[in-house]
Each structure stands twice: as structure tokens, then as C-alpha cells.
Design a protein around this ligand. Structure first.
Ligand code: A3P
Length: 308
């Protein structure tokens, strides 16, 4: 249980539903009680599902494709991760002072707010259900999600276990944030609500223009073909990887977590951007285990994932 280096860095909240650092205790109730505004746009996801990608799409669509601002103002300031302060735990770097309290930041943002969160349904603000702001939920096939999360946990949380050990934790729902299926199905159940759009990473990969149009229509901000093409360029993997407002490089530097020499793609936040990278990591046995894990949990739903 101490694969993350610090034995007590994670606590279970709402047992079985979410795993968060102890610092969450100070913020959880405040998040549940926070005011939700009808013109908020929320992006909800499990980590490593393409949240930054989808969130950037949402922000650009709602901000007249202001690519200058999108490249000069870091994502956390434009589209804050609500629970970031809790996730940073006892981080003592200057980043914490720089960003302040993430919940307070969201509370004080002028409208319309663009808010990102990895919290599952039971820990989200209670007012979401009544106020019904637009919510985009993004998800991804669990095999690639797990590979991507493994690298992220090594980079950010100091994970020192092997990939196979991490997979065990992931399947048991013991990675930070917790079990994936409660998270995903919590929003799959809401996918037909008019204020909810459920999208998959694999669909964005297959047809980014189509995804842009779908999200723009959902947000009542239709785009011309030219605008769709310009946004497609801005959202391309290479362009996002180079964008310091999104690639987390300035943030990693402030956290003093600058990877070895910056040449290993696995040590970057915007890492490979592929569907099917799991094949480079999983044995047949492990892959079968994931297929079973997925099949059992999706039984009785019409949700399915592409993994190739
Ligand atoms: P990989 O680690 O598989 O490359 P999140 O933002 O939810 O943490 O998700 C991160 C994942 O989305 C990473 O996956 C990252 O590379 C991928 N990603 C980010 N921007 C992307 C883009 N423009 N195109 C494709 N994938 C992207």
C-alpha cells in the first residue's frame, strides 16, 4: 500500500467510492456546499482520459477561439481543477502559493466559469443537480487510461511500483480518485440529460472535427468550417504538447519535479496521445484481466469502449 512513497498520503472518503489525500477533508464539505451557477461549464472526468484536451476544446469554443490567451494563460487559471489544492497535499513548493486555494479560486471566478474536476458524482456540489449547468463528461478505454495514469503517478505522485503492481491497484479501485466504474457509470446514467454531454477519447481521436462540432452544438456556439479547422490545429497533439499553458512544464518546474532531462516522452504530461498504447505494456494475461474487469462492470449497460 505504500507504492506512492508516503504511507498515509491517501485516505478513502465515502468508502469504496473515492480515494483522496487527507487534505481533501478540509475541502470536501466546502466543495459539496459550493454555489453552482447556471452559466458554468463543467468538465468532469477520471484522470488521464483526455480531460485537458476536451477542456481546452470547451474553453476555446466558449472564448471566441482566443488562441493568444489560450497559449499565454495557463490552463489552471482559465479552467481550474476544483480539487487541486487537496491533490497537492503537503506539497511545499512555490506552486502552492502561486495558485492559492483552488476552491476559493473557483468561487471567486467571474462568470462564465470553466471548471474541471475528477471527483465522482457523490462528492460533487449538491447544487449541480438542481441548477443543471452544462457538463461535459469525458472518458477513455480503461487499458490506455491505466497506462497513462501509471506514467502520470510516477511523474507527479512519486509512484515507485511496477506497472503490473499499479494495474492491480487500478483494478481494485485503489489508485488516487478511486474506482473507475462508479465514476464512469455515474455519468453514463445521466448521459441523456439535456445539460450533459458524454464523450470518449477514442471518438475524439477518430474524428476530432466531428467532436468539435458536437461539443460546439452542445454549448450553443456553432462554428464555421474555417473555425473548426483552426480549432483542430490548436487541439492537435503536437500543438498541445508544445503549448506551455497546457503541457504542465511551467507547473512541473515550480513543483521541482522536472523529469530527468526532458527527453523521455513518458515523463511528460502530454505523453503519447494514442489509442492502443496498452499493447506496449500489457501481457496477454493482464489484457485478459482488463477485458474481464470491463465486461463484468459494463454488463447490463450499452456502454462499450474501443481499445485499438
Ligand atoms: P497518454 O498518456 O496516453 O499520452 P488528462 O488530461 O485527462 O490527464 O489525459 C491525459 C492524456 O490525454 C494523455 O494520454 C495525453 O497525452 C492525452 N492528450 C492530451 N492532449 C492530447 C491531444 N491533443 N491529442 C491526443 N491525446 C492528448
Amino acid at each position: 500500500d505504500d507504492l506512492f512513497g508516503v504511507k498515509d498520503c491517501l485516505i478513502e472518503v465515502n468508502p469504496g467510492k473515492c480515494i483522496l489525500p487527507p487534505k481533501y477533508k478540509d475541502l470536501g464539505q466546502r466543495i459539496k456546499n459550493m454555489e453552482v451557477r447556471s452559466d458554468d461549464v463543467w468538465l468532469v472526468s477520471y484522470p488521464r482520459t483526455g480531460s485537458t484536451w476536451a477542456q481546452e476544446m470547451v474553453w476555446c469554443i466558449c472564448n471566441d477561439l482566443d488562441f493568444v490567451k489560450a497559449k499565454s494563460m495557463i490552463g489552471q487559471l482559465r479552467t481550474p481543477l476544483l480539487e487541486l489544492t487537496a491533490l497537492m497535499g503537503n506539497d511545499t513548493s512555490k506552486l502552492k502559493d502561486e495558485l492559492g486555494n483552488s476552491v476559493e479560486q473557483v468561487e471567486n471566478m467571474p462568470s462564465p466559469r470553466f471548471i474541471k474536476t475528477h471527483l465522482p458524482v457523490p462528492l460533487l456540489p449538491e447544487q449541480l443537480a438542481a441548477v443543471k449547468p452544462k457538463i461535459v463528461y469525458v472518458t477513455r478505454n480503461p487499458k490506455d487510461m491505466c497506462v497513462s495514469y501509471y506514467h502520470y503517478c510516477k511523474l507527479i505522485h512519486g509512484l515507485h511500483g511496477s506497472f503490473d503492481e499499479f494495474c492491480d491497484l487500478f483494478i481494485q479501485g485503489k489508485t488516487p480518485i478511486g474506482p473507475i466504474w462508479d465514476h464512469i457509470l455515474g455519468f453514463w446514467e445521466q448521459k441523456d440529460e439535456p445539460n450533459v454531454l458524454f464523450i470518449k477519447y477514442e471518438d475524439m481521436k477518430k474524428d476530432l472535427k466531428g467532436a468539435i462540432r458536437q461539443v460546439a452544438t452542445f454549448l450553443n456556439k456553432p462554428l464555421t468550417d474555417e473555425q473548426v479547422s483552426a480549432l483542430e490545429d490548436h487541439l492537435s497533439f503536437n500543438s498541445m504538447k508544445k503549448n506551455p499553458a497546457l503541457n504542465l512544464e511551467p507547473i512541473l518546474a515550480m513543483m521541482e519535479k522536472q523529469p530527468s532531462n526532458g527527453t523521455n516522452p513518458d515523463e511528460t504530461f502530454i505523453r503519447k496521445g494514442k489509442v492502443g498504447d496498452w499493447k506496449n505494456y500489457m501481457s496477454k494475461e493482464l489484457s485478459d484481466k482488463f477485458d474481464k474487469f470491463t465486461e463484468e462492470n459494463l454488463k447490463g449497460t450499452d456502454l462499450a469502449f474501443e481499445t485499438n
